[in-house]
Design a protein around this ligand. Sequence first.
Ligand code: ADP
Length: 693
Amino acid sequence: MLASNIKRLLSPPEFPEDEIKHRVAYRLHIVSLALVVLTLLYSIVWMLVQPDLLHRLIFSVAMIVVCVIVIICVRAGQVKFASHIFLASFWILVTLVAGTAGGTRAPIFSLYILAIMSAIIFSGWRVAIFYGVLTFISGATMVYLANQGLIAEPFATPMSAFLTQASVIALAILHGFVIVRDMQGNLDKAQQSLLELEDSEERFRLISSVTSDYTFSSKLNEKGELDHILLTGAFEVMTGYTPEEFIEIGGWRSTLHPDDMAQDEQDIARLRQNQPVISELRTIHKKGDIRHVRIYALPVFDETENRLIGINGGVQDITEEKHLEIQLKAYNVKLEDLVNERTNELRQAKEQLELILKNTTNALAFANQQGDLLITNPAFQEFFNVEETNAIEYILWAISDAEQLGDISEALLQTIYDGTNHRFETKIRVEESVKDLDLSLIAVESNLRENDIEHSVLLSGHDITHMKEIERFKEQFVADAVHDLATPISGMSTRLYLLKRSPEKLQEHVRALDNQVKHLKNLLEDLRTLSQIDRNMLVLNLESANINDIIQRVYDTYEPVAIDKSQSLDINLEQNLPLLTIDSRQIERVLVNLVSNAVNYTPENKNIQIQSIKKDEGVLIQIKDEGIGIGAEELEHIFERFYRSDEARASLSSGTGLGLAITKQVVELHNGTITVDSKLGEGSIFSLSLPLP
Ligand code: ADP
């Protein structure tokens, strides 16, 4: 327990966090302990040898006290303070010892001066003043102690003089040592800088050797030629020569491409005028291939003699760059070709589009968001009587239906703002007539600003007038057919009713029914023929025929009917008519229809005439009657299906209204024509022309 306590007391404190503090504390501790032990031993020996001079042990006591204070301070962690106390005490001690040994009269005085000077030199003024004050205090103490008789009167002995000299020498050596050490330090630093310089030069060489450029420094010799004094970096890689080989073959100009000599001379001339040069030249590599280089040359100019004395600069290998440039040019040309090709394609496409726009019967126009018509094709211009520069609402002028006008103008706005498409079947006024138009308003998105999309409008108008006519015609046709079928059927049912009521008049009823059935048959037959014509199913059985024969047959058939009606039916045929290529059956049917009409619509005692006349282009057949005739307004309708004049309907003849429509179609299938000339109440002339084969 005691041993461990003593051990703990004797072992120095540890300051692992601060290495310098730890080291100083350790040394102070050891030295102080050692001094305590040594002083104790010295005091014991002194007491044994000179017990009468015990008062002189005051130094030993002082020493032990100081050492104990130092140890306590060190253990308390006040290492810096402890070191100050230690040094100050030690200085006082040294002063006292020195004073005792020689006094102020001895050369020890110079020791003080030297010590203070050294302190100034090595430690600064503050430390020098501190030790100077300490020296003064210790000197005063020493005088006081001597006056009290506690220490001997200071005097100079050979030993003290020697000690003083030794101290001076020691200090001088110390001084010298410090100076030498400083010099050594400076030398080391210089050495270090030199090494760093060498290192950086080495690095520079290394970097230069891996770059694709090289630098040069040349001097102009007495002959005015360039001597290369420095060639660094990638010189060997770029030229293929070592600097020695390069100089040997004649230097720069001997590696230059012959075509670039003139350029080089110009460059040199500029350098001679003290102007820097950046130039692109070609050099020839040792292996023979051509290198493109860019030269940056700076003149070294002697201002006093006003002449060029050297050139410094760098040479950059731009072969790759040049190749790329050439490639780029080739790409450019290719690109230009492509652009031209594309432009041509676009032009062609534009021309094609314009051609389509120009020739289509569809009316097409394109209007922007502001409603300006940007493109209109001729069909559109014709329909709406507008031009490209007009505003879109101009098209509304052409619309004939007032009710639709509002709808269409609203739809236009919706197309622009909401992007909705619209389609109308409308009627527009084109000059004097009215046309049916299928009008489409198509929105074409065009992004103006974000969240604010308005639309361009594509207007497309398709003329459906003809289609509408056919539609109307079909509707009329069906209505007429239904009506004309219903008439004989209701006639038949009436007759059947009468038959039941008066069966005794059977013969009369049967005859009436027979007529109705015949009428229905005719109607059906005519409808079938028309349907065949409409579907292009009526195939003409063409053959060479004498038209007079056919006329004669028809005449023979109808003569009894005419006689029956007290009409005179005459025939007047021109002989030696040329043969015609016709379908005899169909032409006979045509003639039957015309002759039967004449008989039907001609009153009793009137005359009907059939004649054939030879013409240059073929044969003309005329059927003239003195019948009821046809009114001027009705004339244009008599070839329409189901058309019957009011007079015809009133005449109670059982016509279907289809005969002339079929006649016209059959004649036209034979490339012939049929015309009518008639006056109401006076009679009619139907003229049928059939061409030569
Ligand atoms: P329909 O069966 O009624 O005769 P068509 O097509 O043959 O039909 O004739 C059409 C109409 O033309 C007749 O209904 C009649 O009004 C008129 N028409 C034709 N031929 C004559 C004619 N010779 N004289 C007067 N009117 C005629």
